[in-house]
Design a protein around this ligand. Structure first.
Ligand code: DOR
Ligand code: ZN
Length: 477
């Protein structure tokens, strides 16, 4: 006779981490959900038991910013290799960016990417659609087709997606505000950096640090402030991706204080790398926005701790060694992999005392789930939540070796970095996707799109009487 109360998996004796507490407790999982949390003695019988004594049990990370390049650039990455890298990094949900080939700008391209992702993914995922003049007509069908949110490229980067004018952005925000979806912004103002780059190129500058000179922090500061004004006017929800400078924190904090629904993210490379890495790694460190001068680092840490910056994500942006090591910096592809190394790098800093492991869980799991309407289904270890779990050894020495990472992209500025913490097992909805640092090949194609479980709060669009829709309707009447 089968026991209806028998759990599928029991994890015994680890330290469960939430944004508020660290508690030694066991956890039982059944049908992909957390069934019981409590003392070892309170656990039901289970098909499988894992002893997590001495380990930390974290909600799996939700990386809201990855580029898995599928379809279009399989030599850089695909949905299988990208989500395998996520599994090794303790990441149980990823949000994939739309700068693939084709760009995700209409219902057909979105549906094709859904098919690809569902056939290859090891972890759960959300898909972004691009928000630009090319997708303006398609906003309702993209929302209908199942997206986690929109991505707006205020500045050029890989894929050369055209940046909307401020006028087009206003109209796009007016259209998205009533849908309640969050708009994630590549907040760098194109006209400033294009002009700077032209000047530098004309002056014959081709060395790696010239990239930083072409995108001074004001590029991002101006974009954040301008986007915040448009969000305030329209009631659209916005998220500032990859905050790279201390100077961006002021327009972000000011907009939050005015009640704008604005959130912010930074990445390990802005917290840990600096101008010195252009000499050390050359073009490998080229990324948009650029890695900046050392004095930017501590204010970004402080902003994470005080809540001005909400999230840590990676901007996982894989390219090949050939694409990353060209002599002329302007021809080097921008970005490097990160989804697999974020958790070890950040937890190493936690071990150094830069913040608490509770803070880390807030940045990596709880806040991403809350801001994209997935909480408490995801982002927390609570009875009834999806059993998305990273089991971490906070005393494991691990040196990053690009040759051994899962991503197709075997080159990064993290080569040789020494970590003191490592995810050992990763569980998605109750199933191991990575166990004892080995990929569970059987878990391929078990990842699911999270758009269906997304519940954003009720939208509050503003100034609707002044939108293009109201103006054109008035003309007809
Ligand atoms: O450096 C970057 N690379 N920044 C981005 O915003 C995009 C990314 C990519 O897709 O390669
Ligand atoms: Zn990106």
């Amino acid at each position: 006779m089968t026991n209806p109360d028998k759990a599928d998996l029991v994890i015994l004796g680890g330290v469960l981490v939430s944004p508020d507490a660290e508690v030694r407790a066991s956890i039982a999982i059944k049908d992909g959900k957390i069934h019981t949390i409590g003392a070892r003695e309170a656990m039901p019988a289970a098909t499988e038991t894992l002893d997590a004594t001495g380990m930390h049990v974290l909600p799996g990370a939700i990386d809201v910013h990855v580029h898995f390049r599928d379809p279009g650039y399989p030599h850089k990455e695909d949905f299988g290799s990208g989500t395998a890298a996520a599994a090794f990094g303790g990441v149980t949900t990823v949000f994939d960016m739309p700068n693939t080939l084709p760009t995700i700008a209409d219902a057909e391209s979105l549906s094709a990417k859904h098919k690809i992702a569902s056939e290859k993914a090891y972890v759960d995922y959300g898909l972004y659609a691009v928000l630009g003049e090319e997708s303006l007509e398609h906003i309702p069908s993209l929302v209908e087709g199942g997206i986690i949110g929109f991505k707006c490229y205020m500045g050029n980067t890989f894929g050369r997606i055209p940046s909307p004018s401020t006028g087009a952005m206003l109209e796009l925000f007016e259209l998205v505000a009533p849908t309640g979806k969050r708009i994630s912004l590549h907040a760098e103002t194109n006209s400033i950096m294009e002009r700077r780059e032209q000047r530098l190129r004309a002056a014959g500058r081709t060395e790696p640090i010239a990239h930083l000179a072409s995108r001074p922090a004001v590029v991002a500061v101006e974009a954040v402030a301008r986007a915040a004004i448009l969000a305030e006017w329209t009631g659209a929800r916005i998220h500032v991706l990859h905050i790279s400078s201390a100077a961006e924190l002021r327009p972000l904090a000011e907009a939050k204080a005015r009640g704008v629904d604005i959130t912010g993210e930074t990445c390990p490379h802005y917290l840990l790398l600096s101008e010195k890495d252009y000499e050390k790694s050359g073009g490998v460190v080229r990324v948009n926005p650029p890695v900046r001068e050392t004095p930017n680092q501590q204010p970004l840490w402080n902003a994470l701790v005080d809540g001005t910056v909400d999230i840590v994500a990676t901007d996982h942006a894989p390219h090949t060694p050939e694409e990353k090591t060209r002599n002329d910096i302007w021809t080097v592809d921008c970005g490097f992999p990160g989804v697999e190394t974020q958790m070890p790098l950040m937890l190493t800093e936690i071990n150094r005392g830069r913040a608490t492991i509770r803070d880390y869980v807030r940045w990596s799991a709880a806040n991403p789930a809350k801001l994209w309407g997935l909480y408490p289904r995801k982002g927390t270890l609570t009875v009834g939540s999806d059993a998305d779990i990273a089991i971490v050894d906070m005393n494991r020495r691990w040196t990053i070796d690009d040759a051994k990472i899962q991503s197709h992209s075997k080159i990064s500025p993290w080569q040789g970095w020494q970590c003191t913490a490592l995810p050992i097992h990763t569980i998605v909805r109750g199933n191991f996707v990575m166990k004892n640092r080995v990929l569970n090949e059987q878990a391929r194609s078990t990842g699911r799109s999270v758009h269906a479980i997304q519940r954003m709060p009720t939208p509050s669009p503003k100034n609707t009487d002044a939108t293009m829709a109201a103006i054109t309707a008035g003309k007809k009447g």
